[in-house]
Design a binder for this molecule. Structure first.
Ligand code: NAI
Length: 822
């Protein structure tokens, strides 16, 4: 098996792609390929009949609009679909829709062709034959199958084609789900598997697991098994649908959709299809029994109850007499629906109260074995763990591959083997044996050799069981784990809300770890202490963390209490402390790089703005959203926005960004207007790329596709700045839009109020924001100090805190977790 490549191809050399099939997955994959900057051709079949609308327009089956209808419809749908498949909705321009009959020859000009048509071997084979007739040698071809045999699909194709062919199994939705299973056949050239892995990781930001060509690969095989045993146990233990979901969701470190809500989303007919695929292809009788069609599923599908897409499945939505929506759940005995019953029990409470997936699982599975819920949870988990263990070496190379597949493909917080370690490997295997379960030989041998866990951490490296010994888990070189560094004693200093961690090469990382990573006094104190420490002893600072979100904003609780008590001096102290902490970061004589991921809101953005570089991820949702709680940014956010507007107008005062010749104060207005709109409407970016479009980034800021490499990349940037001879930015004399600018903004606010787009209170807040962003009552183009702008922020913020409607907004956010428009 040889493959001729004159030089090794890199992921960067793959510039164009084609996706065949523009359904749910084809459209999602095409969008995500476009996200990576590729030009994408999206092809589907030519429709055989006209729609009524097409007939009315007088179109015929020969019109391109009709012939490309499917792919064109898919592209048009991308701008509307939620969650958004594109980082920027304008990037539909990178996708060219077409059809397989007229545009097949265009495949000769693409570097990578992804087949994503219906899950039928005969159809996929036909499509691959057509692809072979048009592609040029060397083009990568992959199939997005959920679990058909990849080798069977390639039968009849040339050797050269088969060398370049494998499965790339994306999960839905492709932009958001981390897992891609790459399934090579025996004929796939190893360089091709490697190149596909590199493409998926570095260009698409995915996590790759190489799987064997067995039915449904890894994640769907184990996930489906888990759902089947949960369904069977729910009936056996006499539990309700909602009880089973309460036990198999977050209480077990799994997503809220748990089991039955997830099944409704996937589609009950789809599940049957997946189940059939394993049963029909399995040579193991016991396995064929496990993957028998559950009677209740057959009945529901027979009744047309397919889940969400048909309006009912294990749950259904009904309207009350008063028009309110209510979710009802299925009764297994009668297949009727009834109101959901609230689930509560001490076992569930204990799991909910425990912190982290490992502690939750321990609380749930280690509870009193007489408890029915604990028995059910133990039974489903036990079977899933054993099944996964029997699959090592059969469907997957190692425990790590199975754990990663379940974490990245099913959003489990812990993979089966990590969970097993967490609940105690030795004691749980003993319990399983007592209960008469057969234990895989390799697990028994591992325990007999004196081991008591599948994983072991030593010197920041994780080792896993493999072939009777321990093997080091291969991490991408550029992944830095703060958790592992902390375990290794590399914490330099810390408060209850944040820790400063030595990440090597004389660089430190400040990690927030308060509840929801909200910024309170503890984090601000840590920022101040860290600034002093970095200045004395380190080359630079990274701001990043491994929480669910980077930071959801400032902690409103204390602020609201002080405001309600009318303690204005205290409120002012809080603002000044925040502003001063941010200034210390900005003036630090060492480089600072912030690497925010996921939700980065309000104070979270303000904490990033003093950094020399902000390194976002595609999945960073970045926004100054203070108006949503009745306030304006007052931790330096407005001041930094005014500086950005000045720099964009070419009026900067600092040496590094000297004003461009000919710029005049009037040039400020469009930039101030745009930022005003973003902040007043509390806009949050839908991706890292979109944050630039919202005007919240500076020219030096950037987006890194691989979110898990962000800390290492931020460190690299710190070192680069340090080597270049870093000096802290000089204080700006900020040219502001002044009275004239404020009047323009005020007119806009007035029009919005008149048209009913905003409330009186929104208009009041927007008026204060306009005052601060425009630099108050000075002439247009006047230069003001940064401190003056901070004073304006503080004054406006204080006055808003005194408004009862602002206090209502804050209180609503604290109790309901969402903004109130009053
Ligand atoms: P879908 O039904 O939404 O789309 C299938 C597309 O294939 C349609 O646009 C259809 O017009 C097109 N098609 C049908 N026959 C064709 C032919 N002869 N030539 C060209 N195109 C043809 O299906 P979906 O969900 O997008 O699935 C596509 C593939 O992705 C399947 O193999 C499925 O198993 C796999 N998959 C699906 C996932 C999901 O969650 N929906 C997840 C992962 C994989």
């Amino acid at each position: 098996m040889s493959i001729r490549m004159t030089q090794r191809r890199t992921a960067a050399s793959v510039r164009s792609a084609a996706v065949i099939g523009s359904g749910v997955m084809g459209a999602g994959i095409a969008a995500h390929l476009a996200n990576s900057g590729m030009r994408v051709l999206l092809l589907d079949v030519v429709p055989r009949t006209l729609t009524e609308a097409e007939e009315r327009k007088g179109l015929t089956l020969d019109d391109p609009a009709v012939r490309n209808r499917l792919a064109e419809g898919a592209v048009a749908g991308m701008a509307k679909s939620q969650p958004a498949p594109l980082y920027d909705s304008a990037w539909t321009s990178r996708i060219r829709p077409g059809n397989l009959t007229d545009d097949l020859s265009l495949l000769g000009d693409t570097d990578w062709i992804v087949e994503a048509v219906v899950e039928r071997l005969d159809v996929k084979r036909e499509v691959l034959a057509a692809i072979e007739s048009a592609r040029r040698p060397g083009t990568l071809v992959t199939t997005n199958t959920s679990g058909l045999s990849v080798a069977a699909m390639a039968e009849g194709r040339s050797k050269e084609f088969r060398e370049h062919f494998a499965a790339t199994h994306f999960f839905n939705p492709p932009r958001y789900m981390k897992l891609v299973e790459i399934v090579p056949t025996e004929d796939t050239a190893p360089e091709v598997t490697e190149l596909l892995g590199e493409l998926c990781v570095s260009r698409l930001g995915k996590g790759v697991v190489v799987a064997r060509d067995t039915p449904n690969f890894i994640a769907n095989r184990i996930g489906t098994y888990g759902m089947l045993v949960t369904l069977a146990d729910t009936i056996r233990f006499g539990l309700t649908v909602e009880e089973a979901d309460a036990l198999t969701g977050p209480a077990m470190g799994r997503p809220k959709t748990a089991t039955f809500r997830m099944l409704d989303l996937v589609g009950l007919d789809t599940l049957l299809h997946v189940v059939d695929n394993v049963r029909e292809r399995s040579e193991d009788e016991a396995e064929r029994d496990i993957f028998a069609r559950p009677q209740v599923l057959e009945e529901l599908v027979g009744m047309g109850r397919l889940g969400e897409k048909s309006g009912s499945g294990f749950y259904r939505k009904r309207k009350d007499a008063d028009g309110r929506s209510r979710i009802e759940s299925l009764r297994f005995g009668t297949l009727e629906y009834g109101p959901q019953v609230k689930v509560s029990s001490p076992v569930l409470d204990a799991a909910k109260a425990a912190k982290g997936a490992a502690a939750k699982a321990k609380a749930l599975l280690g509870a009193n074995p007489q408890d029915r819920y604990a028995q059910f949870a133990w039974s489903t988990v036990k079977q899933t763990l054993l099944y996964a263990a029997f699959q090592v070496g059969v469907i997957a190379e190692s425990v790590v591959d199975i754990d990663r597949a379940m974490k990245w493909g099913f959003n489990w917080e812990l993979g089966p083997f990590e969970l097993w370690d967490a609940i105690g490997l030795r004691s749980s295997v003993a319990r399983m044996s007592e209960e008469g379960e057969s234990i895989p030989e390799w697990v028994e041998a591992w325990l007999a050799a004196g081991n008591s866990s599948f994983y072991r951490i030593s010197e920041q490296k994780r080792f896993f069981v493999s072939g009777g010994g321990l093997r080091e888990e291969r991490q991408e070189e550029d992944v830095i784990s703060l958790a592992a560094l902390k375990e290794d004693g590399r914490t330099v200093l810390g408060t209850s809300g944040a820790s400063l961690i030595d990440i090597g090469d004389d660089v430190v990382c400040l990690e927030f770890h308060s509840p929801n990573n909200a910024i309170g006094g503890d984090i601000l104190s840590a920022i101040r202490q860290s600034s002093a420490e970095v200045s004395r002893n380190w080359r630079g600072l990274v701001l990043a963390n491994e929480g669910r979100n980077f930071c959801v904003g400032a902690n409103l609780m204390l602020l609201l209490m002080e405001a309600q008590a009318g303690e204005w001096e205290e409120v002012e102290d809080i603002i000044r402390f925040f502003q001063d902490s941010m200034l210390r970061l900005k003036r630090l004589d060492r480089p600072v790089v912030a690497a925010p991921h996921r939700m980065t809101l309000g104070g979270g953005v303000e904490a990033c703005l003093p950094a020399d570089v902000i390194l976002l991820s595609p999945e960073t949702y970045f926004g100054l959203v203070e108006t949503g709680v009745g306030l304006i940014p007052a931790g330096g956010g407005c001041k930094e926005a005014a500086i950005m507007a000045m720099q964009r107008a070419g009026l900067s005062s600092s040496a590094a960004t000297k004003g461009s010749a000919g710029a005049s104060p009037g040039d400020l207005q469009p930039h101030v207007n745009a930022l005003f709109e973003t902040i007043a409407l509390a806009r949050t970016s839908t991706s890292g790329h979109d944050a630039a479009k919202q005007g919240l980034l500076r020219p030096q800021d950037r987006v890194l596709v691989r979110q898990d490499a962000r800390i290492a990349e931020a460190k690299r940037l710190v070192l680069e700045l340090d080597r270049a001879g870093y000096a802290a930015p000089e204080e700006e004399r900020v040219a502001v839009a002044g009275r004239e600018g404020k009047a323009v903004l005020a007119m806009g606010v007035h029009a919005m109020r008149l048209s009913g787009h905003i409330s009186d209170h929104d208009a009041l807040i927007a008026g204060k924001l306009a005052h601060v962003l425009a630099g108050g009552d000075v002439r247009q183009g006047a230069r003001v100090s940064e401190q003056y702008l901070l004073d304006l922020e503080c004054e406006a913020f204080l006055s808003l805190c005194g408004e009862s409607k602002t206090q209502e907004r804050m209180s609503h956010m604290l109790t309901k977790g969402k903004p109130l428009r009053n």
